[in-house]
Design a protein around this ligand. Structure first.
Ligand code: SAM
Length: 279
């Protein structure tokens, strides 16, 4: 890191650089290198293995878009599983829905939870919520053998490399399928079509072999590689268009910074170069 500049390379010739005011924590956990910086423009920023995970300034895009499309499409979301999500942003958004009774959050690295609570209070704000049941273990192992338990599973993981690799396999997706109830939904973050087209195609093919309904949507996350980020909405019978619960959306009247009823539908409109990857 030159002077006080953090750089994440997206390939060997381009990346993102962020001016750092202070290094708040820098440690090697059991699984990965964990850093939290105070940055000039993005506020506090969590990186894992020198890859940007989340920042105070732009985290709302990713956490609102990972969660609310499925939550407003499911008839009655009560019992939820988060795989990963140690910074707490995903849990925070889910808990805004008053139908939620329980969230199991399976995060492999306890240090992410501990340091997020300490340094990312606006993101980790609900990590002590009594409805949230945090389990420190591998999500791949956790879902094995589970059947008919969850309404929605959110895979809020790192990339399909190192400790996150197992969360992008067909066997894992089959285990998640079985762990879902008959009207269950799975949503995952499914990478950047601009820099990792091969990952996007591979993830989509595997999910299409497991779920009858698979629809890809997008959002712009400024600090992620290329800015365009994809998500996969996978379900046994629920359609994000026809099953969108507009009345509940109006009744809740959340004050969100990104997601709204037009985005709920518009996010599924994809550019041609992305559609080709998913054909
Ligand atoms: N929002 C970020 C993104 O989109 O890349 C990811 C958020 S969160 C920081 C990702 C979490 O996934 C990390 O805390 C990491 O420890 C966790 N993780 C990675 N592999 C895992 C596994 N096999 N089981 C459970 N959690 C895992």
């Amino acid at each position: 890191m030159q002077g006080m500049l953090f750089t994440e390379m997206h390939n060997d010739s381009s990346g993102i650089s962020v001016k750092i005011k202070e290094i708040l924590v820098s440690k090697k956990t059991k699984f990965q290198k964990l850093d939290i910086f105070d940055t000039e423009f993005y506020g506090k920023m969590l990186t894992l293995d020198d890859l940007v995970m989340t920042t105070e300034k732009d985290e709302f895009v990713y956490h609102e878009m990972l969660t609310h499309i499925a939550l407003f499409s499911h008839k009655l979301p009560e019992n939820i599983l988060i795989i990963g999500g140690g910074d707490g942003g995903t849990a925070r958004e889910i808990l805004k829905h008053k139908t939620i009774k329980n969230i199991d959050m399976v995060e492999i690295d306890e240090d992410v939870v501990i340091e997020s609570k300490k340094y990312l209070p606006t993101i980790a704000v609900e990590l002590d919520n009594p409805k949230l049941n945090i389990m420190i273990q591998d999500g791949v192992e956790f879902v094995k053998g589970k059947s008919n338990i969850y309404d929605i599973i959110f895979i809020d993981s790192t990339d399909p490399i190192s400790v996150g690799e197992g969360l992008f396999t067909t066997d894992f997706y089959k285990d998640c399928f079985n762990a879902l109830k008959s009207n269950g939904i799975l949503v995952n973050q499914s990478e950047t079509p601009f820099h990792k087209p091969q990952w996007v195609s591979a993830i989509n093919n595997k999910l299409k072999n497991v779920f009858p309904i698979v629809k890809v949507y997008k959002a712009e996350v400024p600090t992620y590689p290329s800015g365009i980020w994809l998500f996969e909405f996978c379900s046994k019978e629920t359609d994000p268009y026809s099953d969108f619960n507009f009345q509940r959306y109006k009744d809740y009247n959340f004050k969100l910074k990104y997601y709204n009823d037009e985005i709920h539908k518009g996010a599924f409109s994809l550019p041609n170069y992305v559609k080709e990857l998913l054909a």
